[in-house]
Design a protein around this ligand. Structure first.
Ligand code: ATP
Length: 324
């Protein structure tokens, strides 16, 4: 009994904990340029963080123990073991900082971002764990260094690292050269920060599972007729010209996802019909659709209409804002 009490006491003394908000993203554009030998595609896309977020709490014990990684979440559909990308993120940090590898790491994910939805929820959780351990272990890694580690976990992780560095004051990063909006090239990891868009976003996630890999496989680049005007979109963000931004936005994956899952197309048409003049688009490889407007009353009205229509339309709706 004494031993246990002592251990608990010591644990209490040496346990450190931090909570990071792990923000979702939407795509203001996706253009796919070419397939690569490694199976990935070279893309050109504009990414924007939104305020919808998971809350990721990470704690670790300084007194050396068996070095376990313990994961918990508020909902059961979140993968609980090594399949969880947040688990992988802590495993990677243990490899990079072997002198910490015997500490027990506890991760709790308060999941609010719909999963497999095109909102990079998993990537955001992984980024949060990298930030958290960097802070708890006092590794002093810069945002750029964390992004280099993050890309090993997934193409969207570096952008999540950058966005979280802006929005989580507890991390204490200099905001000078980072942003919640970026132009992404390569597989999505080469980032050029852009001035963020200030807008309201109404999200609607139809209840269909979309595999990103499958959508990319089905994409025939010879058949792509419409592409985003990336140059004009970037200019629009620099000038904060919302009309220019709206006119330049496009997601080349949308046609593929709609063809494979007609329910996405039906929901898109419906969302558009109740959202005018807001801009409607699909995020990532779907199925999440969003309506974007700078008019708060319009955003409220769209969200209300979705809730009124909810009996007819199955899915999850969120009223949120872009992060800036
Ligand atoms: P992306 O836009 O990067 O493709 P997404 O938002 O479409 O991501 P995620 O929410 O990241 O998709 O989930 C994709 C899959 O990853 C899920 O089916 C889930 O089983 C698995 N996964 C692993 N870890 C997590 C996590 N922490 N949160 C959510 N999903 C996770």
């Amino acid at each position: 009994f004494h031993k246990i009490m002592n251990r608990l006491y010591n644990r209490g003394k040496s346990m450190k904990q931090i909570q990071i908000n792990a923000y979702a993203k939407i795509n203001l554009s996706i253009d796919v340029l070419r397939g690569r030998d490694d199976g990935y595609h070279d893309v050109a896309m504009v990414l924007q963080k939104i305020d919808l977020h998971d809350a990721v709490t990470v704690s670790c014990c300084e007194d050396p123990s068996e070095g376990a990684i313990e994961l918990s979440a508020n909902i059961q559909t979140v993968p609980m073991g090594q399949d969880n990308i947040a688990w992988k993120a802590s495993g990677l940090m243990k490899q990079l900082f072997p002198h910490k590898s015997r500490e027990t790491i506890r991760i709790h994910i308060e999941k609010r971002i719909p999963m497999a939805a095109g909102l990079a929820g998993g990537s955001a959780d992984a980024a949060a764990v990298l930030h958290a351990l960097n802070a708890l272990w006092q590794c002093n890694l810069s945002v750029a260094e964390l992004m280099e580690i993050g890309v090993k976990l997934g193409a969207d992780v570096p952008f999540c690292i950058m966005g979280q560095a802006v929005k989580n004051a507890v991390l204490n990063f200099d905001k000078g050269s980072i942003s919640t909006c970026a132009f992404a090239e390569g597989i999505g990891e080469k980032l050029t920060p852009l001035p963020p868009l200030k807008a309201f976003a109404v999200l609607f996630t139809p209840p269909v599972f979309v595999s990103t890999a499958e959508i990319y496989k089905s994409l025939d680049l010879n058949k792509v007729r419409t592409r985003p005007d990336t140059h004009s979109l970037i200019l629009g963000l620099r000038e904060q010209d919302f009309e220019k931004i709206k006119a330049s936005m496009y997601n080349v994956l949308e046609e593929v996802s709609v063809e494979k899952y007609p329910v996405i197309g039906e929901n898109r048409a419906w969302l558009q019909s109740i959202s005018s003049p807001a801009k409607t688009m699909m995020s990532g490889s779907g199925p999440t659709l969003f309506a974007l407007t700078q008019d708060k009353n319009l955003a409220n009205a769209i969200f209300k209409k979705i809730q009124e229509d909810e009996g007819k339309k199955e899915g999850n709706a969120f009223l949120t804002e872009t992060s800036y």
